[in-house]
Ligand binder design. Structure first.
Ligand SMILES: C[S@@+](CC[C@H](N)C(=O)[O-])C[C@H]1O[C@@H](n2cnc3c(N)ncnc32)[C@H](O)[C@@H]1O
Length: 302
C-alpha cells in the first residue's frame, strides 16, 4: 500500500515504497541519485543509510532546494546526468544504489514561468537547466516545417496527419510568444480523443527535444554497470513509452549478453505506479524497472 503524502511537499516522490523495496538500502551503503530533484527519494534512502550520497540534477533550482535539506553531507552536482555519470566513471566512483527518476519535477511543471505548460501564459521555455542556451521558443520559431513534423511525430507520438497540421499551423502563425498562444493554435487545428488536451503531445515533444531527453538516457544507460559496485542495485522510473522503451531495451540487451552480462533484471515486468502509488497523480503513468550488478561471475574481470 502506498502512503498519503503531506500537501505542502513541493514534489511528492513517486512509487517511494517500491523504490525502497527495489534498492534495499542498508546502513552505510552508498547512493547515487542522477535526478535528485527535490530530494524526496534521496531523503528516504539517506534516512536508512545515513550516507554517503551523490545527488545530481541539471536544474539549479533543484540544487538550491537540496542545499537546504538535511541530506547527511551529500555531494551535490549541478549537471546533466550523461556528463555527470561519465565523470563519475572516469573518477572510478561506484555505488551500492543508483536511482534515475526521469522526467520533470512538479515545480518545473507547475511554475508558469518555466514554460512547460499550455495551461498558463508564459514564454515557451521548457529548459530543465535554465542556464542552457536553447529554449523551446527557439525550436518553435526557427525549425522548418519538416523538422517540426519529425519532432512532433517522434517525440510526441502524434498521428502523422495531426503532426503535419500542427507544424503548418505553427509555421503560419510565427512568431509565437507564449505557451497559451501555442496551446490555442494547436487546439484550433486538431481534434484529440477523450479528455486529453490536443496540445499535450506537442508540448511533450518540444520538451523532449529542448532537453535532448532521449539522448541523455541513451548516453547514461551503458555507464550504469560501471557506476555500480558488484551486488549494487539500480532503479529507473520512466513516465512515457519512449523512455521506458530505451530502459527496457537496455536491460534486455544486457540479459542477452549471457556470461558477458554485467546487470541482471530484478523486475521481470515493470512495476506500474497506477497500481502501487494510487494517491499520487504523478505516478499514474510511472513505470519502475530495476537491475542488479552481477556479483560473483567466474569470468568477471573488472
Ligand atoms: C521527476 S523529478 C525527480 C524527483 C526526485 N526523485 C524527488 O524525489 O524529488 C526529475 C528531476 O530530474 C532532473 N533531470 C531530468 N533529466 C535530467 C538529466 N538529463 N540530467 C540531470 N537531471 C535531470 C529534472 O531537472 C528534475 O529535477
Amino acid at each position: 500500500m502506498s502512503k498519503e503524502y503531506p500537501p505542502q511537499q513541493l514534489h511528492i516522490p513517486v512509487m517511494l515504497d517500491d523504490v525502497l523495496q527495489l534498492l534495499e538500502p542498508t546502513a552505510g551503503e552508498s547512493y547515487l541519485d542522477l535526478t535528485a530533484g527535490y530530494g524526496g527519494h534521496a531523503g528516504a534512502v539517506l534516512n536508512i543509510t545515513g550516507g554517503p550520497a551523490t545527488l545530481v540534477d541539471r536544474d539549479e533550482n533543484a540544487i538550491e532546494h537540496l542545499k537546504g535539506l538535511d541530506l547527511k553531507d551529500a555531494k551535490l552536482i549541478h549537471q546533466d546526468f550523461a556528463n555527470a555519470a561519465r565523470q563519475l566513471v572516469e573518477q572510478r566512483q561506484a555505488f551500492d544504489m543508483v536511482l534515475v527518476d526521469l522526467g520533470v519535477s512538479s515545480p518545473q511543471f507547475d511554475q508558469a514561468e518555466r514554460g512547460f505548460s499550455f495551461r498558463s501564459d508564459a514564454p515557451i521555455d521548457m529548459r530543465m537547466d535554465p542556464g542552457q542556451e536553447t529554449t523551446a521558443a527557439e525550436l518553435v520559431n526557427n525549425l522548418s516545417q519538416d523538422e517540426l513534423i519529425k519532432i512532433i511525430r517522434q517525440y510526441g507520438e502524434e498521428k502523422p496527419f495531426n503532426a503535419r497540421k500542427i507544424a503548418k499551423a505553427i509555421v503560419d502563425n510565427r512568431p509565437i510568444h507564449s505557451t497559451s498562444e501555442l496551446g490555442d493554435i494547436i487546439r484550433q487545428n486538431i481534434r484529440s480523443k477523450g479528455r486529453i488536451h490536443p496540445a499535450t503531445r506537442t508540448f511533450q515533444a518540444l520538451r523532449i527535444a529542448t532537453n535532448d531527453e532521449l539522448g541523455q538516457i541513451e548516453q547514461m544507460l551503458p555507464l550504469l554497470p560501471d557506476l555500480l559496485k558488484p551486488g549494487g542495485r539500480v532503479a529507473i522510473i520512466s513516465f512515457h513509452s519512449l523512455e521506458d522503451r530505451l530502459v527496457k531495451q537496455y536491460i534486455k540487451s544486457e540479459k542477452e549478453m549471457g556470461l558477458e552480462a554485467e546487470l541482471e533484471p530484478i523486475t521481470k515486468r515493470p512495476i506500474e505506479g497506477s497500481t502501487t502509488d494510487v494517491h499520487n497523480p504523478r505516478a499514474r503513468s510511472a513505470k519502475l524497472r530495476g537491475a542488479v550488478k552481477i556479483k560473483n561471475r567466474k569470468d568477471y574481470t573488472r
